[in-house]
Design a protein around this ligand. Structure first.
Ligand SMILES: Cc1cc2nc3c(=O)[nH]c(=O)nc-3n(C[C@H](O)[C@H](O)[C@H](O)COP(=O)(O)OP(=O)(O)OC[C@H]3O[C@@H](n4cnc5c(N)ncnc54)[C@H](O)[C@@H]3O)c2cc1C
Length: 415
């Protein structure tokens, strides 16, 4: 589709933030065009097929506890779900730690798990209950510290910190010092405690593809890299487009290059190794947590949650390290975490994502400004929280701000 020379609104970047802006502007009847450097829509939510397996560009999951889940047609994405909890290895045995509020039948397993004496297990349950039932405004009003200190104050104990929260959160926050803001931990744990985590049948990219479908192919221009922006025009390798409003919805580093007022926080990285097993060794879809001294923060049989990720009933395993490990360095550890023979593992592919998500250090700056003035807007996970939720929420806020700027008097939240 050729680029127009003029549009009411130009959005740079078709990740979830940019697509969230564009869908709302299309719904409001605005003339919006999205310029995207890559060949696919969805940005960091990317999927490819490798030997018939569905391989996401790094292990990531969707959580129905995200408020912006409301913007998606979830049934159409045909999710497969994980059991809420994890497998923890201790003393040569695998223990299931499952949220007893959600799966009462697993309460006994959790009571027997190596998370310390009973009072510490009660503290873990209380931490989850607080996150699940405390209103967001009260969670955010709690004094801010690091995630590590928040867990210490919740008195979950050293065993739960080391065996459960440490590796579980490292796999989500992509850092293992738990230096992330306690406020982000509270919000994140709230979505885990309230929602279900899952994978769409056609891969994580299907989430972006669904939003892109609502924007329309005639408004989405792939393979177009933008090099300069102002509030009245963008210049790309495919030409210049004038506009009444320009939204920069790129990754944080590119946003900082295009708009000097934007500061990119340190990016987190992750390496995901994909292996195939003849069959899953587990009875239910649970993430397996890494053990102290290991290189992996977790490993998970994706096909247990979403069988459509495999072509033929074999099991697809994703194993994650924060450092850029080589497959040969972690193969034995993968086998150990799943209790299988090394020879059973067939290496499929390995992916390292360097700019996976921005850090969310204290002080957490939720809802950073999106309207930079003069017709220029910026959105993305770096404006809210480093997550699918954060990207979509920032897109929603930005769409409302753009609509207000185009038509003064539009009430907030009308987007
Ligand atoms: C491996 C991995 C695991 C993750 N795990 C989770 C998880 O489990 N749960 C969760 O909620 N979140 C997770 N995240 C984070 C989540 O994916 C991101 O926060 C979110 O997708 C960011 O969306 P965005 O729209 O802000 O940015 P992006 O997705 O980065 O979109 C920006 C878009 O801008 C385009 N672009 C960049 N520069 C230009 C240019 N000059 N011209 C035109 N286009 C340009 C890019 O190609 C891209 O499509 C994970 C991320 C990764 C990578």
């Amino acid at each position: 589709m050729p680029l127009p020379t003029r549009a009411e609104v130009v959005v740079v970047g078709a990740g979830l933030a940019g697509l969230s802006v564009a869908t709302r502007l299309v719904d409001a009847g605005r003339d919006v065009h999205v310029l995207e450097a890559a060949a696919h829509a969805g940005g960091r939510l990317a999927t490819e097929r490798v030997d018939g397996f569905v391989v996401d560009r790094g292990f990531q999951v969707f959580n129905t506890g995200y408020p912006r889940a409301a913007d998606l047609d979830l049934p159409a994405l045909d999710f497969g779900w994980f059991t809420p909890g994890a497998v923890v290895w201790d003393g040569g045995r695998a223990h299931r730690v499952v949220d007893p509020r959600r799966r009462p039948t697993a309460a006994l397993d959790t009571l027997r798990s190596p998370l310390g004496p009973l009072p510490r297990k009660v503290a873990v349950a209380a931490f989850s209950a607080r996150a699940a039932y405390t209103p967001v405004s009260r969670l955010l009003a709690t004094s801010e510290t690091s995630a590590d200190e928040r867990l210490a104050r919740a008195r979950v104990g050293a065993a739960a910190r080391e065996r459960f929260f440490g590796p579980f959160l490292a796999g989500v926050l992509l850092e293992d010092r738990l230096e992330t803001s306690s406020r982000y931990l509270d919000l994140l744990w709230r979505s885990f405690a309230r929602g279900a985590t899952g994978l769409p049948a056609r891969g994580i990219q299907a989430i972006g593809a669904q939003l892109a479908g609502r924007v329309g192919a005639e408004r989405l221009h792939h393979g177009v890299r933008v090099g300069e922006v102002s509030g009245t025009a963008v210049t790309s390798d495919a030409g210049r487009v004038r506009a009444d409003a320009v939204v920069v919805a790129t990754d944080p580093a590119t946003a900082a290059e295009l708009v000097p007022a934007v500061q990119a926080s340190a990016p987190r990285q992750v390496t995901t190794h994909y292996h195939v097993l003849p069959a899953s060794p587990w009875p239910d879809p649970l993430i397996v947590l890494g053990t102290p001294g290991g290189q992996l923060v977790n490993s998970v049989v994706l096909t247990d949650a979403q069988p459509a990720y495999g072509p033929d009933g074999r099991a697809l395993v994703a194993s994650n390290s924060l450092a850029p490990t080589r497959e040969a360095d972690v193969r034995e550890e993968v086998a150990r975490l799943h209790g299988v023979a090394v020879a059973d593992l067939e290496h499929l592919t390995t992916v390292t994502v360097t700019g996976a998500q921005p850090a969310a250090l204290p002080p957490l700056q939720l809802r950073r400004p999106v309207d930079l003035g003069g017709g220029l807007f910026v959105c993305g996970d770096h404006r809210d929280t480093p997550s699918i939720q954060g990207a979509m929420a920032s897109g929603r806020r930005t769409a409302a701000a753009v609509l207000r700027s185009l038509r003064p008097g539009t009430p907030p939240g009308a987007a």
